[in-house]
Ligand binder design. Sequence first.
Ligand code: UT7
Length: 335
Amino acid sequence: MAPRTLLTAGITGVGMSFPERRLTNADLEKMVETEDAWIVERTGIRERRLAPRGTGASAHGVLAARQAMEHAGVAPAEIDQIIVPTVTPDMVFPATACLIAHELGAVNAWGYDLEGACSGFIFALQNARAQIEAGHARRILVIGTEIMSSITNYQDRNSCILFGDGAGAVVVESVDAERVGIIDAINHVDGVGVRFLHQKAGGSRLPACAESVEQNLHTVYQEGRDVYKFAVKGMAGVTAEVVERNGLTGADVDLFVPHQANIRIIEAAQQRLGLPDSKVMITIDRFGNTTSASIPSALRVAVDEGRLREGDTVVLCAFGAGFTWGACLLRWTAR
Ligand code: UT7
């Protein structure tokens, strides 16, 4: 039997969706002891979006997915798989992918949720790429969607200033390997990070009970300074690695689209590659940290701002709870 040739996977459509309500730094000044100037200087965030209580992650996931499918020119019935990276699923089970498939009318798709925290989108993209390359699927939706406000403790100034709600989605299909498509990816997990960033209750180890609710254990617990140190090293390191091992330098990169957790972490990775500001996507100022939604929504902003052209060399990277981190190198597929 002749050896099977791998196909090449590429992003052919991008979408995003955010709630209308803005939570500004001035609003937060009324909720916890903090200042606009501190938040802007230490994180780069000016405002984030907040969904009304009771909104599930699927709601914005569906809207982002519709926009991505429209961009790619793909109908819901043509989708083979739906992968939903999220830490804030509508329910513990079933998978948010099921809810989204139903709402979209993606009647020929199977799918699942993926828990990679802030690296969830990068991890899910790698899974989608593998399925497309192997010929097991033709069109896959990857939808990073989060209602971070549902697990944010608005009495903890160390963390409540960071997070926002929203969704970003991409369609992944096989593309012309000569010109465009995903070239390489590197991903990591290291459980050394669990103690610094996690949600204590609601899992099998500590199911919800009166005490867990009383003690606010169903929200993000973060030791920010420690996470910051790992994030700077991890994100800058893996970004440089994926570029260099493909014989490229920062000068070859047209657009850098990092996870939006903290402007200073992004700047560290940017400096490592020697990139000018014009080549770096920044959306943290308007959306805060939206976990798995930050990279795909930043891609959509880049498309809307005309910052991506066919064949452009793009680098994505992320770092998050776990710890998890990774980077992806691709050439852009214009639509
Ligand atoms: O996306 C998932 C991965 N997560 C991350 O990447 C987050 C990584 N960490 C960070 O981004 C930063 O560590 C934070 C933004 C969370 C905190 O910034 P920092 O510069 O590391 O501040 P710090 O924790 O070292 O705290 C410095 C000071 C402290 O006061 P003292 O102890 O020196 O008196 C904090 O209590 O700043 C204080 N502080 C605040 N002050 C005003 C902490 N939060 C606030 C606040 N407003 N909201």
